[in-house]
Design a binder for this molecule. Structure first.
Ligand code: NIG
Ligand code: FE
Length: 413
């Protein structure tokens, strides 16, 4: 039995709730001044004012962390990544710096296809070892749960290999991993013009094995002009739903395509990217519980305009923020960078940013009833900052100020 008591937090951010927070609700992150938390095993047992808590509990029975002059928050949730892959695409990055575009590199057989080749040639063991190193670095930045996608196999063997790597990492690494089957991530040259056949292959030959072996909770598709159409996306996601997978969608990233509308039609758990989401798409998202997951580091790395985060929140959407870490469009899993970009380029307040990285991140992976906030009954996934206030987060542009990471009630970093 491990009991932990955190006391004297200058700001204790609770983010209380168990559903996606929409619009104005995102500003109410429930800060307790001079707060304390009581943790029994891996679960939060009590939360409140330090004086009140210390009257109720005997400090000598606990390992005590004194958080004087520090802010305490729920652990960050990175709800959109592609962190398991082989190889690198530094050459493509340098071409893009000279003016080449992401989509034109992809259409010439580079891009995702190039990572598919490298991932097919990387062993399961190597994928696990690379993944472990990446997870360790994410953990240092306060990430306690991460979503990871397949999609660099595009054949049965390698899709399963990627998902198996994540399953094994989930068992051996303190960070929790939520896996997503992203079979239709790209159209390989041999499938050009035969996209329907490829979708059939994913539906009939890969998805049932993924489900049977419990390798993914979510299904996802790259719904985009010149990749997979709205009709193909609808067909794939509907089949995934029938097999019991929850749904996500890469939507409206490069062009306005009706992805946000489709996400609402199919009750996806999240619609991600949304740089080009239409007015109607944003309105539909606001009237649904589909989480709008924004990935500002991708816009930054692609030199694209940012998603309209401010407008989406003002319109009543439930917005989450994630890194989108992947070898092509966004080689970063830096939470401090995401915070800086959301504050400086999407005009989100720090309260909204924290909500988007905690309770709304949890909602984006269907877990807002167990993680994403500091409240009684939730998992004790908690971070402590080096500084007293949340306002030090965006002010430290791109600098990590997470000092202590607690996962399942245990100090892990
Ligand atoms: O979310 N847009 C599609 N998928 C990834 C990029 C993958 C890659 O380039 O390797 C994304 O941006
Ligand atoms: Fe992505």
């Amino acid at each position: 039995m491990s009991n932990l008591l955190i006391k004297n937090a200058y700001e204790l951010v609770t983010c209380k709730g168990n559903h996606p927070k929409h619009g104005k609700e995102m500003s109410d992150i429930g800060i307790i001044k001079n707060g304390a938390i009581v943790i029994k095993d891996d679960i939060i047992a009590d939360v409140g004012d330090t004086e009140q808590i210390l009257k109720k509990y005997n400090e000598s029975e606990y390992k005590v962390i004194d958080a004087t002059s520090k802010a305490v928050l729920p652990g960050f949730i990175d709800s959109h990544t592609h962190f398991i892959f082989g190889g690198y695409r530094a050459d493509e990055f340098s071409w893009r710096l000279k003016g080449d575009s992401y989509m034109s590199i992809m259409e010439r057989g580079g891009g995702i296809t190039s990572t598919v080749r490298a991932t097919r040639n990387t062993s399961l063991n190597d994928l696990i070892n690379i993944g472990k190193k990446r997870l360790n670095k994410m953990m240092e930045m306060g990430v306690t749960t991460v979503e990871g996608k397949s999609g660099y196999g595009l054949d049965l063997e390698t899709e399963i290999k990627q998902l198996t790597a994540m399953k094994e990492l989930n068992e051996i690494h303190p960070i929790d991993i939520v896996s997503t089957f992203l079979g239709p991530h790209s159209v390989l040259p041999e499938y050009k013009g035969k996209e329907e056949e490829f979708i059939d292959f994913m539906i009939n030959n890969v998805m049932p094995i993924v489900v049977k072996n419990n390798l993914a909770e979510f299904a996802d598709i790259f719904c985009e002009k010149n990749v997979f159409s709205i009709e193909q996306s609808r067909r794939f996601l509907n089949e995934a739903k029938k097999l019991g997978l929850k749904l996500k969608i890469h939507a409206d990233e490069m062009v306005q395509f009706g992805g946000a509308e489709l996400a609402c039609e199919l009750s996806c758990v999240s619609a991600d990217h949304l740089l080009q989401a239409s007015e109607k798409g944003i309105k539909n998202l606001a009237n649904s519980d589909v989480v709008a997951t924004l990935l500002p580091a991708t816009a930054f790395c692609l030199k694209e305009d940012y998603a309209r985060g401010r407008y989406m929140i003002d319109s009543g959407c439930a917005v989450a923020l994630a890194t989108d870490f992947n070898p092509g469009s966004c080689f970063t899993f830096s939470i401090p960078l995401v915070i800086a970009l959301a504050a400086l380029h999407m005009d989100m307040t720090i309260e909204e940013i924290i909500c988007a990285l905690t309770i709304n991140g949890a909602a984006a992976i269907g877990k807002s009833d167990v993680i994403g906030s500091i409240e009684v009954g939730k998992k004790a996934d908690i971070i402590i900052l080096e500084y007293p206030s949340i306002h030090f987060l965006p002010y430290h542009a791109g600098i990590n100020i997470v000092e202590t990471v607690i996962k399942n009630g245990k100090v892990i970093g």
